[in-house]
Design a protein around this ligand. Structure first.
Ligand code: K7E
Ligand code: CUA
Length: 623
């Protein structure tokens, strides 16, 4: 049986110099020169410039070995987050966010089902952009956030327990699409509204699209309250925060205020909007807002008086029509917006933006990259990597070369690699921080077509692992990974920056911990409250008798302290299914509406006597 100590020794405390070399190769190389454990042991893997070559950076992680990174991938309209290990691409766990999930009992116990209910009671969500909280522009391992494009929500995942612990239904926003953290210290999480609607959307202006608007929402990461929103012209799409606490960028299409595809793409230009966050905070402070839907709504449209003075709160930058992704370079110098319908990316100089009267002058580069540029990631060595949706490629290009080159020059392109097929996002290790690792990149391809065994008309998507650590040898495609619909964005975090708990701390939840000796049944006016522990291999009561029609609440604690030893409480024909990790307590409430005998059982295979871990619920017929 594993212990907490066993787990602790697995924490990777290797010299950071070795961190990018899979342990197996390190051992091989070390043995070859008889110097295991010293730097000399791995010099055989390093090229002259100190980089690990693609061939040596074996992406297979042998049985029992751990990955170097966690990757958090959104699950699109499955409404969940998936966690992969990188570079193995093994799926470690799924974290349900916007929909019930029975393996984890998510949405079945009272606490999580109440959270889903309070967040609007929807049964699903469309999760696109998982971003991990940062402190000082580096991952702090506290939380991940993800948007729900379908129902206008933002969720928080507690990375101590890898579970969703808060969801906010964002007022005045439909199609919350972009999600990202205000850096350097995650002061806000921004939800970026895509769909323009009447404001408020209460039946007014139904068929008057010119009066529709969209908003960005600034959400406090601790309380998950919406602090303020800004109303803009056009809609918005993706977003990213600058590294210095001043700017937030959002792309958008449909500056035409259209409602059909041809109307939305008739104009030759659309905007990147640059939100000057301290200026917005000042406006809120000064009461220059209207309260709509319970939150301060600041007018950031072009005609707003708040955009008239010398410090506009929103700067509208003209770019080629329908830009899609936007991401800020690791050094915080540029925001790069992808053209989508145009083969270029716009390189926006963030410092220049603060200094110039004409925000269009802040565009300092416009390299021509290929067909359908969607999203851009970074290696920390001055390169950008952009997905080309139509060309089915990832293009690597030189950011400074793009600033120096003429607009629409192809010279900044370093290299292109084919991917399979039609990539949306791509993500490089720690690309969203000030210090990307520069070794692994994952292209999140929308179509896999012929790459896997045929599983019928709905093919998996294909997440492809690409090694980018060797600028001389070039990008190398290392691995295909079938993915269920449908990852959009991802964040890749060094494993040592996340410290998940092995067992629950009862201080972290409100339910009453039920130990040996605390078992109890309290009956009052048609309500029965059963408190019991669970432990190998029994529940606190061998049987529980209630009356037909009683409202029954079970409070159940798993009192095990051994990591990985889960129990559950499943009750047939009552839709009861709660998961209980070590030291976890959950409550579930249901109506015992059918007389009979129901075997309460444990659904996690917990020991040789797992099948015998059963108790009876006896429901007596009403008089
Ligand atoms: Cu390009 Cu929602 Cu980030 Cu998908 S968005 S691809
Ligand atoms: Cu407890 Cu199976």
């Amino acid at each position: 049986m594993t212990t907490i100590e066993d787990h602790a020794t697995d924490v990777d405390d290797r010299d950071p110099l070795f961190a990018r070399i899979p342990r197996r190769d390190f051992m091989k190389a070390g043995a070859a020169v008889g110097a295991v454990g010293s730097l000399a042991g791995c010099t055989g893997l390093l090229s002259d410039d100190g980089q690990v070559s693609a061939a040596d950076a074996d992406a297979s992680v042998p049985p029992g070995e751990h990955d170097d990174y966690y990757a958090f991938l959104s699950g699109g309209h499955s409404g969940e987050i998936r966690v992969y290990g990188i570079p193995s691409m093994r799926q470690l766990i799924r974290i349900p966010v916007f929909g019930r999930e029975s393996a984890r009992g998510y949405g079945y116990d009272d606490r999580s089902s109440q959270m889903l209910e309070d967040a609007g009671g929807y049964s699903w969500g469309d999760a696109h952009h998982p971003r991990v909280s940062q402190t000082d522009n580096d991952y702090d391992g506290r939380w991940a956030f993800v948007n729900d494009k379908a129902n206008g929500r933002m969720a928080r995942i507690d990375l101590k327990y890898f579970e969703t612990d808060a969801i906010v239904d964002v007022p005045n926003q439909q199609g919350t699409h972009g999600a990202c953290c205000m850096l350097p210290d995650t002061k806000y999480v921004f939800g970026v509204g895509e769909f323009r609607v009447p404001m408020p959307n209460d039946g007014r202006d139904l068929d008057d699209p010119d009066s529709y608007t969209s908003t960005i929402a600034a959400i406090d990461p601790e309380t998950m309250d919406v602090e303020w929103e800004v109303l803009v012209d056009g809609n918005m799409d993706n977003g990213d925060g600058g590294k210095e606490g001043r700017w937030f960028f959002a792309t958008g299409y449909n500056s035409e205020n259209g409602v059909t595809e041809s109307e939305m793409s008739s104009s030759e230009t659309d905007w990147v909007k640059a939100f000057d966050v301290p200026a917005i905070e000042e406006a809120v402070e000064a009461g220059e807002y209207e309260e709509v839907g319970g939150v301060p709504l600041v007018d950031g449209t072009r005609d707003s008086s708040l955009n008239g003075g010398d410090r506009p709160i929103v700067r509208y930058i003209d770019v080629a029509k329908s830009p899609h992704g936007v991401s800020v370079t690791p050094d915080g110098q540029y925001a790069i917006a992808s053209g989508k319908l145009d083969p270029t990316c716009a390189v926006i100089d963030i410092e220049a933006l603060a200094e110039t009267d004409d925000p269009n002058e802040a565009i300092v580069g416009r390299p021509s990259l290929g067909m359908g540029p969607l999203h851009t990631a970074y290696d920390g060595r001055g390169h950008a990597y952009t997905t080309l949706f139509i060309d089915s490629q990832v293009v690597k290009w030189d950011i400074e070369a793009a600033v120096e080159a003429e607009a629409e020059s192809e010279d900044p392109v370093v290299e292109k690699i084919d991917v399979h097929y039609n990539p949306g996002h791509l993500i490089a290790a720690e690309s969203y921080t000030a210090d990307p690792q520069g070794d692994w990149l994952v292209a999140l391809n929308k179509l896999s077509k012929d790459r896997f065994l045929n599983v019928g008309p709905m093919k998996p998507e294909n997440d492809q692992l690409i090694y980018i650590g060797d600028d001389d040898a070039g990008m190398e495609l290392v691995k295909d990974t079938p993915a269920y619909a449908e990852p959009h964005d991802a964040s890749i975090v060094s494993a040592d920056k996340i410290q998940p708990a092995d067992i629950y701390d009862p201080e972290d939840y409100d339910e009453e911990f039920v130990d040996h000796g605390d078992s109890d049944i309290v009956r009052e006016d048609g309500r029965v409250h059963v408190k019991m522990y669970s432990q190998r291999n029994k529940f606190g009561f061998q049987d529980v008798t209630v009356q037909e029609g009683d409202e029954v609440t079970f409070t159940v604690t798993n009192i095990e302290t051994t990591p990985d030893l889960l129990h559950s409480l499943a009750i047939p024909e009552h839709d009861v299914n709660i998961k209980l990790a070590p030291q976890e307590t959950r409550e579930v409430t249901f109506t015992a509406d059918e007389p009979g005998v129901y075997w309460m059982y444990c659904a996690f295979f917990c020991s040789a006597l797992h099948l015998e871990m059963r108790s009876r619920l006896l429901v007596e017929p009403a008089e």
